[in-house]
Ligand binder design. Structure first.
Ligand code: UTP
Length: 274
């Protein structure tokens, strides 16, 4: 079954400059936990315990976060402060962590292709940790794994967005199978509202079957001169099947400042425990 989850974390995070000048945006904390740790916890809770980071320059803090910090552990061992390490210790006990480098920012599709070396020939999850998803009962990736068990094809998570925001997302058209599930018939990357096939936008959760790698290898750059995962998924959809799943839960776009602030307020009020 599914064992692996890729985290493309090579982006520059320009919208958070200067905070992201020397720090990865994935390490920005929502209250007291970095974005990427929320994503990794979601993957592990879905049974995807082999975590692969597709990193870039200046992202060492991510690798260090998912490693033991001997000095710190030693210092606070046996003190009341030790409880603050509980969540990261749990992740480190259960997960394994590897990384590979994307040397040039050539788009999300290219980042995923770069991760092939970590994934091999099996289906895998992809989490963009700047989309922070909240569901206290069953995480979004776990919901998608349940569907994968049933359908065995690539799955993208979608959300209805306001019609004037389609140009921020990949947008799908699909045939509805049941209330929250579609088979994808078309996909457009960041369409202007008048060209959007719907208002069903893809958010940063995917399950991909490994034939995506061969498609990506042959994929010319698309929108913004970047290799787009949506273009590759459309090829997959035309050859076989790609499903789009309207997930249950709340999503915060933590790649943007307003979304990040919303997430911080929501998590402080509803999730954070000291
Ligand atoms: P974004 O479009 O949010 O870009 O990438 P960004 O560079 O991270 O942020 P801004 O727009 O400059 O503020 C979506 C996701 O895809 C990854 C990013 O790390 C992010 O998780 N990505 C994108 C890569 O890993 N490599 C790429 O070449 C492009």
């Amino acid at each position: 079954m599914l064992r692996k989850c890729l985290f493309p974390v090579a982006g520059y995070g320009t919208r958070f400059l200067p905070a992201t000048k020397s720090m990865p945006k994935e390490m920005l904390p929502v209250v007291n936990k970095p974005l990427v740790q929320y994503g990794v916890e979601e993957a592990i809770d879905a049974g995807l315990k082999q975590i692969g980071f597709v990193t870039g320059r200046g992202k060492r803090a991510i690798a260090d976060h998912f490693d033991t910090s001997y000095e710190l552990e030693h210092q606070i061992s046996g003190t009341p402060k030790e409880k603050y390490l509980t969540s990261i210790r749990r992740v480190l006990d259960v997960g394994t962590f590897s990384s590979t480098r994307q040397r040039e920012m050539r788009g999300l599709g290219h980042a995923i292709l770069t991760g092939e070396t970590l994934v091999g020939n099996e289906a895998f999850g992809v989490i963009l940790s700047d989309d922070l998803c909240f569901n206290p009962d069953r995480g979004v990736m776990a919901q998608m794994v349940d569907l994968y068990r049933q359908f065995r094809c690539s799955i993208v998570a979608i959300e209805e967005v306001p019609e004037n925001e389609t140009d921020k997302y990949g947008v799908i058209a699909g045939d509805i199978i049941k209330d929250d599930l579609y088979t994808v018939t078309d996909m457009v990357e960041k369409p202007s509202p008048d060209k959007a096939p719907s208002n069903l936008a893809i958010i940063g959760r995917y399950i991909l079957t490994p034939d995506i790698f061969d498609i990506l290898r042959d994929m010319p750059p698309g929108k913004n001169n970047e290799v787009q995962i949506t273009d590759a998924l459309l090829v997959q959809a035309k050859r076989g099947c790609v499903m789009a799943y309207k997930f249950k839960g709340k999503r915060f776009d933590c790649g943007s400042v307003p979304g990040f602030v919303d997430a911080t307020n929501y998590y402080y009020e509803n999730v954070y425990e000291e």
